[in-house]
Design a protein around this ligand. Sequence first.
Ligand code: TRH
Length: 398
Amino acid sequence: MNNVFTPDNNGVVKHWDIFCTVVDNYGDIGVTWRLAKQLVNEYDIPINLWVDDLLSFSHILPKLDASKKQQSFNSVNIFHWNNPLEIQFNAGNAIIEAFACELPSQVKAIIERLHLQPHTQAPTWLNLEYLSAEAWVDGCHGLPSTQPNGVKKWFYFPGFSPKTGGLICERELFNQRDQWQADPRHKLALFQQLGLQGINAQDTVISVFSYETRALTALCELWQTSQTPIHALIPKGRSLHSLIDLLPCTIDDLIPGQQFTLGNLTLHILPMTDQNGFDRLLWSCDFNIVRGEDSFLRAQWAAKPFIWHIYPQEDDYHLVKLQAFMQIYCDNLAPEIATTWSEVNLAFNQENLSAVVMHWQQLNSVSLPLMQHAIKWPINALNDADLASRLVQFVNNS
Ligand code: TRH
């Protein structure tokens, strides 16, 4: 089977290929799918997205048919990446390997052939790296590495400073968010559409998309004793493993839309939605507990306070990354707000149960300035340009 984009009569090919292996969870496919959609929608770049695990992908794109080798959504060509490739590969302007996934040997051979062919423009070959707020990223973004086949592969590092590759953010996102948040009927309609019952406009609503942690158990126990109603919205998945003792059935038996009342806390089992639906959910909650890379960024774009449950790494290296982010997020924040917000994030990630409970309670006294900071932060974090626009410029200049 041919892939959809082939050279035109002048030999010019414009499309890009993005390769993604799903290591675990939804972050790898979440980031590449989001980027693919934006490149098509905002830059008219035809995109082929090659994915090895369509079943995982279908959790965040429920309309995807995991049995189909080739399909198209949001004008992105989605190809099942199997080994060896069954779909013919034609190189375009750029090849992005996401998160150091190893390109298929056929693809590498084509890159090498084009590189050696005189008068031919070989595609720009990029490795899209994980997001980090650490300072060293400034110096590594955009560096080339010459591969054994003689071709240069470029390291593309997303990041928070102007010297990095930027952050994924769609052009109209903040306008759409502001319009949504301007009218409380939007959130109530969304909760209803998701099958969540009994949430009133003034209730506190918290979304939870974390990994397993007893810090969440401790927070849920605290929320049960709240003076006012709290709703925790939790999709079927890793967070619920920490709440098993609070549930009357196994996780497998849970059904989206089900709810459990525990004192003043209502736990709602949330259906997973596509990425647009997930954004609207984050915009609609008072506080979001997020994880990994993509939901972490979307929680920032939601302009609401959040806890980041960072993806755990060997030797606690994730805590270095967490500190790096907390430092830039808290720059310009009054010390008492910065300390409270940082301590609750640190305690959650370190499973320090008494500390997470204590600092959560302290958040109440700084909730207004923290909210104001969350509103200002997205514009500051983006700097002059988002990731897609910096990436397009990078490819055009290379
Ligand atoms: O799923 P994650 O834990 O992914 C992680 C991280 O990316 C980590 O850095 C990486 O090393 C590891 O995977 C392999 O968390 P993340 O990054 O937030 O990705 C979740 C994606 O799922 C994101 O694109 C949002 C999406 N999502 C939906 O689209 N709908 C939903 O209902 C939910 C809950 C999530």
